[in-house]
Design a protein around this ligand. Structure first.
Ligand code: B12
Length: 446
């Protein structure tokens, strides 16, 4: 049986004006060039639990409308889903079904909206794929697919995590690959649409499994750049330190997303630097307490961190690790003055890199439910606007037009060549200065 694993890939904004400005996720033009080609780790993971008797192929589809025909002939097609390109995923699914293939849809968007997805698939798989996919395969072999494979609420144990089949990739197409070291997050941010929505608890992958994945990647790519596909790496400091110690021997450069609490642990920061950490992306979210209040729903954790931001960024960067600070524009309680606050904060902080996005109500999130209740969603089911750059809700303290213009203006200032160069120069100047001081201190001690 020939199975096609099809990933919708690439990054984009729906509004052509934004696309022209180079606004794509995360971090705009430069980072866009780097990440736009990332493959689907979800599908490579499914491949890892697919027995050899199935014939597997992995296909990236950056733009359905640019396809000359179907990207490969398959008996079965498994498509992974995020919201922004879900219409394209559905179109591809419809085309494959019309050609006689069985189509299984899974992933974050499908898990949030199974009824919608079912209209375009023979089966939908909900929740973690490691639990649902073996059942799909067994039923395919019996010739009897069920309409729904529901693994929500079943908590897959990452100690049993399969080895993703990186070797299915045409490796020359990629300039970094993803590895997941943990799933879920102990915090509960209202807007979050990442793996917290499919993983009932926060859980870590055993260090030896992570290292084995990195070694497998090194077999096909000698000096890889790794992006950890985690919601929030370093939540569990014991796991993190063990991982950093093991990573140090692997000689790889890596990037990840985390929260500001890493700054409080000098030992961890030193281990991160020594194990090849190039940059951490941190959701600072807002430069004002109005924007942060109520965002994290368990203990209002994010709002309590604001007064530590400046010191924390400096501490991390003083370990030679650059910080990509992320801000969400249009958060409830923030008005037109918030664009200036972000600009001032970035200047004062010495942040090496910045990412600004707009508040986005992804389906399946508490934010989406609240905005819908409040009648603030502009267009129902406009999933193509879930790009983090297009606006699809009415902000509380400014108009939609003000938010759109604010994003454009702020992005043009933050991403100007001049300011980008200035941020980088400042980081490198301080880093060199710190190195010089350390050398002087060391020679005084000797
Ligand atoms: C790497 C990454 C990318 C890569 C790779 C994307 C890809 N094709 O996988 C690139 C750079 C291309 C990318 C692009 C975009 N991304 Co992105 N990305 C991520 C990131 C950092 C990690 C995702 C990941 O690898 N997770 C690990 C894997 C193992 O999990 P998974 O994919 O969910 O798969 C599991 C299950 O869902 C399930 N499963 C998945 N598919 C299927 C299919 C079947 C058949 C079955 C049975 C099961 C199954 O099994 C897997 C194992 O359990 C996350 C943020 C994060 N920290 O998680 C954002 C994230 C997924 N991205 C996001 C967004 C918004 C985008 C863009 C819209 C950005 C833009 N402006 O263009 C585009 C959309 C692309 C698209 N296809 O629609 C959002 C998506 C939210 C949503 N619900 O839609 C996230 C959560 C970030 C955020 N800020 O909220 N992204």
């Amino acid at each position: 049986m020939k199975i096609g694993l099809v990933a919708m890939s690439g990054v984009r904004a729906h509004n052509p004006e934004l696309t022209k400005l180079g606004l794509t996720l995360p971090g705009f033009v430069e980072r866009n060039k780097t990440i736009a080609s990332l493959p689907s780790l979800g599908l490579l993971t499914l491949a890892g639990i697919t027995p050899d008797r199935f014939d597997l192929a992995y296909v990236d589809v950056p733009d359905v409308n640019a396809l000359p025909g179907l990207p490969g002939e398959f008996d079965v097609v498994a498509i992974s889903s995020f919201s922004a390109q879900i219409r394209e995923a559905y179109e591809l699914a419809d085309r494959y079904r019309a050609a006689g293939a069985k189509v299984i849809l899974g992933g974050l968007h499908v898990t949030a909206l199974p009824q919608e997805a079912k209209r375009h698939a023979d089966s939908v798989a909900l929740g973690e794929g490691e639990t649902a996919w073996p059942r799909v395969l067994a039923d395919l072999e019996r010739g009897k697919l069920a309409p729904v494979y529901d693994a929500r609420g079943e908590n897959f144990d990452l100690r049993n995590a399969p080895m993703p089949r990186f070797e299915l990739l045409d490796i020359d197409r990629y300039n970094r690959l993803t590895v997941q070291t943990q799933r879920g997050c102990p915090f509960s941010c209202e807007f979050c649409a990442a793996s917290i929505r499919i993983s009932p608890t926060y859980k870590t992958k055993p260090v030896e499994k992570v290292i084995a994945e990195i070694r497998r990647i090194k077999e096909i790519w000698a000096n890889p750049f790794i992006e950890f596909a985690d919601d929030n790496t370093f939540v569990n400091k014991r796991h993190s330190k063990a991982l950093m110690r093991a990573l140090a021997a692997e000689d790889v450069r890596w990037f990840t997303e985390t929260d500001i609490s890493v700054a409080a642990d000098d030992e961890l920061l030193a281990l991160m630097r020594d194990s090849g950490c190039a940059q951490v992306l941190i959701g600072l979210e807002s430069a004002s307490s109005a924007g942060l209040d109520g965002l994290e729903q368990k203990t209002n954790w994010k709002a309590k961190q604001l007064n530590r931001y400046l010191e924390a960024i400096q501490r991390i960067q003083d370990h030679g690790i650059t910080v990509n600070g992320c801000f969400i524009l249009g958060l409830d309680g923030t008005g037109p003055d918030s664009f200036g606050s972000v600009w001032d904060f970035v200047r004062a902080s010495g942040l090496y890199e910045v990412q600004v996005t707009v508040q986005t109500a992804f389906p399946g999130t508490p934010l989406y439910e609240r905005l819908r209740r409040e009648g603030r969603i502009l267009r129902e089911e406009a999933w193509e606007l879930c790009t983090l750059f297009d606006v699809n809700f009415r902000p509380t303290h400014m108009s939609v037009a003000e938010l759109e213009a604010g994003l454009r203006n702020l992005a043009s200032r933050l991403y100007s060549e001049e300011f980008t160069r200035e941020r980088r120069r400042n980081f490198h100047r301080r880093w060199r200065e710190l190195q010089r001081q350390q050398t002087t201190t060391r020679s005084c001690v000797l």
